[in-house]
Design a protein around this ligand. Structure first.
Ligand code: GLU
Length: 288
């Protein structure tokens, strides 16, 4: 960095050293916008840059992926992926993102009615959702599992072994749709964190959703909960956007692939979910 500053002071007319410094910054921090990006007139990317704001929907209650911290700002892997995309738009992730809380059930309507520009919120790509919105990605592969109280008092071993126990999950999620194939004894809530109290007081015996969301809740509430059984679904996480905006979808897919190559994706993981979980290989994006 010192050399870069010297280059800036003494050799401002030389393009090569400045480009090298830019590259250096790109790998050492994910907080700076990429300079000099331009987009064709009429694209969503050009419009967002011109407006100087991007509204990103994410979860506010999910440790490791999207959790609002004491300073009021969301933190987590989804949040970092949002910052990576914003940088690639040539915008400043610290000042030009408007974070909007999306819960599982309002993600499609928020995209459809323009309340958010994109959604990055542990959001599974599937055909039902693709009828009304489009997805870039996937940028991570999760799988549904179960969380129970420590010691697993009801001895729940998987979705087949729920017996007469009530399972808490979130309305409008794939988790809810999937668990309905195994049981009707469901306690539906708006946010996964709303399931913890019912488990503590015995109203529900388990919470079901993606393993990584459960891992975040286990790590945040030390000694209280544990995971039970294996993953029983595949949940490819995508970035939701307005249906038919192919240019935006291609741009986000390119941005993801760039982040796979330049290390930004792995850095984002390590700083967030990677504090608790192993670093996976990034999945291939699906340019459907
Ligand atoms: N990935 C699943 C879904 O998109 C469950 C997690 C969530 O509700 O955010 O519905």
């Amino acid at each position: 960095m010192k050399l870069c500053k010297l280059a800036l002071v003494f050799a401002a007319a030389l393009v090569a050293p400045l480009a090298a410094c830019g590259g250096d910054d790109a790998t050492s921090t994910s907080s700076r916008p990429i300079a000099d990006v331009t987009f064709s007139e009429g694209t969503t990317m050009a419009a967002l840059k011109k407006k100087g704001k991007i509204a990103i929907g994410t979860k506010f209650d999910q440790p490791l992926f999207g959790l609002v911290g004491p300073d009021g700002k969301p933190e987590g892997f989804d949040v970092e992926v949002g910052k990576i995309i914003t940088r690639q738009l040539g915008m400043d992730p610290e000042t030009q993102i408007e974070w909007v809380e999306t819960v599982s059930a309002n993600r499609e309507p928020f995209i459809q009615n323009g309340q958010v520009d994109i959604v990055i919120a542990t959001y599974t790509i599937n055909d039902t959702r693709k009828e009304v919105i489009d997805f870039a990605g996937p940028y991570y592969m999760a799988g549904q599992s179960l969380l129970v109280a420590s010691g697993n008092p009801q001895k729940i071993s998987g979705p087949d072994g729920l017996g007469n126990n009530t399972v808490c999950t979130v309305t409008g999620s794939t988790s809810e749709a999937n668990i309905r194939k195994y049981t009707n004894k469901i306690l539906p809530v708006d946010r996964y964190s709303d399931c913890l109290e019912p488990i503590r007081n015995g109203q529900a015996a388990a919470l079901t959703t993606d393993n990584v969301i459960l891992a975040g809740l286990v790590s945040q509430n030390e000694g209280e909960f544990e995971l039970a059984g294996d993953r029983f679904t595949q949940e490819p996480y995508g970035i939701g956007l307005k249906k038919g905006d192919t240019a935006l979808r291609n741009f986000i897919n390119d941005a993801l692939e760039t982040s796979y190559k330049d290390g930004a994706w792995a850095d984002a993981w390590k700083q967030t979910a990677g504090t608790v979980l192993d670093t996976p290989e990034p999945p291939a994006v699906d340019r459907y």
